[in-house]
Design a protein around this ligand. Structure first.
Ligand code: AMP
Ligand code: ZN
Length: 480
């Protein structure tokens, strides 16, 4: 479809590379999924919105996409250093539930949130369904690459070529960050299998050649990507934190198991973080710090989930994105404006994108932007250019907008203005604020600026105020 070759930034080489599928006509993508011991915060959801935008781009290019987002329901410790508790078991103890119930519950919430963000449904395999294969990998790697300690089976990172090439900074910084388990040969060695300590029973444990226990966290992604996508596969994605430890460890396992120096994924892509400066020094959203925003918090405050998707698309995935309520407000307004135009095209017949001189420039800008390492901020302006084209057949316009939105995933033709008018749980506004807003609205209407006038009405509505135009009694508004 697109004439522009797709260029993607490969973290492995730190450069843009043209995407060429390994299997012609297909694209196979693996995305590290959530550890389901808690809700996913909106920073986590940025990682999946990015992966979905990538998947949509590949599909639009006519490739048959297989996309896997795994569910980590075992093995992720509270520290990256193979120390601390298992996050699942800890959450289970705190909530008085079984680890299995905790996992199922948070997986369901996660999947609901993906739906609300228009993330197309990828496969969601669970780590606990692959433990047998993980044990097989351990057995196969053991002789040449692993050693046993009292606490488990460990991977010796000095046995594979160029360990940590992906991270680049492992030696200095990494060593400081990874506190060692006693007896580790190298600071970065990591657990393949964690034995249940003598006298203890874990809720999630399996028999293995190294005793009862549970797999190390990194193993599942190597095993599941091999089984579900085959090695090598096209693209591996995750948040930028995974570039430092989790993905180098996955690569080491892949090299060891496959007896190859190849990393097993051709392109490694990493989204940057959503940060929240109101939450302390680095402002990085993290679940373990206990305080974080989830999608439902945004909805409770009157924001449609797709306003958050818009907010993410407005930044390049490799840039940090700073969360603010003002920023989310602006994203919602932008979405509202797009939906208002789309509503006028709703009855036009859907047709394939046709060549039309008035859309040549917006379409070219869109294709170039997306092909340039998914430049969605620029792509969105092409969508606005297309929405703004005047005196043109509505069917053609609808086709162009649908074509672009197939990548952005905003669902412009499924949304109504009503959908975007969510009443916050705790609507609060003073009379003076209402009157001031209505005065501004009257002025906007006087100037025939109906977009602004609608936005003001929607904002009031979101605050629980119903504006009553033409009310015979002259009541201009009431609290809904
Ligand atoms: P976790 O459940 O902690 O394994 O994280 C799930 C995904 O979210 C991983 O790909 C992380 O790299 C990513 N992630 C974690 N925090 C953030 C953040 N603040 N912004 C963007 N992505 C994040
Ligand atoms: Zn992973």
């Amino acid at each position: 479809m697109s004439k522009n070759p797709l260029k993607l930034f490969n973290s492995l080489n730190r450069q843009l590379e043209e995407f060429v599928p390994i299997h012609p006509g297909e694209a196979r993508v693996y995305t590290c999924g959530p550890t389901v011991y808690n809700y996913q915060h909106i920073g986590n959801m940025r990682a999946y919105i990015f992966a979905d935008t990538l998947g949509r781009t590949l599909s639009q290019r006519g490739l048959d996409l297989t996309h896997v987002i795994n569910i980590t329901d075992v093995g992720h410790l509270t520290s990256d250093a193979d120390a601390g508790d298992d996050k699942m078991e800890k959450a289970a103890a705190a909530q008085g539930k079984s680890a299995w119930d905790i996992a199922r519950y948070y997986q369901e919430v996660f999947e609901t949130d993906l739906d609300r963000l228009n993330v197309r449904k990828p496969a969601h395999p669970r780590a606990t369904d692959y433990v047998e294969s993980m044990i097989e990998w351990g057995k196969q790697m053991q002789e040449k690459h692993c050693y046993e300690l009292e606490s488990g089976l460990y991977f010796d990172v000095s046995t594979v070529p160029e360990y940590g090439r992906l991270a680049r900074a492992v030696t200095e910084e990494g060593e400081g960050r990874i506190a060692s388990v006693d007896g580790k040969r190298n600071a970065q060695d990591f657990a393949i299998w964690r034995k249940t300590p003598p006298g203890e029973t874990r809720q999630m444990e399996w028999d293995s050649p190294w005793g009862k226990g549970a797999p190390g966290w990194h193993l599942e992604c190597s095993v599941m990507s091999a089984e579900l996508l085959g090695h090598p596969f096209d693209i591996h994605t995750g948040g930028i934190d995974h570039r430092e430890i989790h993905h180098p460890n996955e690569i080491a396992q892949n090299q060891a198991h496959n007896c190859s120096s190849d990393s097993a994924a051709r392109i490694w892509m990493h989204n940057n973080f959503l940060i929240d400066r109101s939450k302390g020094e680095l402002g990085k959203m993290s679940k373990s710090s206990g305080e974080f925003l989830v999608l439902q918090t945004l909805v409770d405050r009157g924001y449609h989930p797709l306003a958050y998707r818009m907010m993410c698309l407005q930044a390049h995935y490799r840039s940090e994105l700073e969360f603010s309520w003002e920023g989310l407000d602006a994203a919602l307004t932008r979405l509202k404006r797009m939906v208002m135009v789309a509503e006028r095209l709703a009855d036009a017949p859907s047709m394939p994108v046709a060549e039309h001189p008035k859309f040549a420039a917006p379409l070219a800008k869109f294709e170039e932007a997306v092909a340039d390492d998914l430049n969605t901020p620029l792509g969105l302006t092409a969508l606005e250019d297309a929405l703004g084209v005047k005196k043109v057949d509505a069917g053609i316009k609808r086709a162009v907008v649908e074509h672009m939105d197939a990548v952005f995933g905003l669902g412009l033709f499924d949304l109504t203005r009503e959908d975007l008018r969510i009443r916050p749980k705790t609507a609060e506004i003073t009379e003076v604020e209402i009157e001031t807003a209505l005065t501004r609205r009257k002025a906007a209407r006087g100037e025939k600026d109906f977009a602004t006038s609608d936005t003001i009405r929607d904002d009031l509505s979101a605050k629980g105020v119903e504006v009553m135009d033409g009310d015979p009694l002259g009541w201009e508004w009431k609290l809904a």
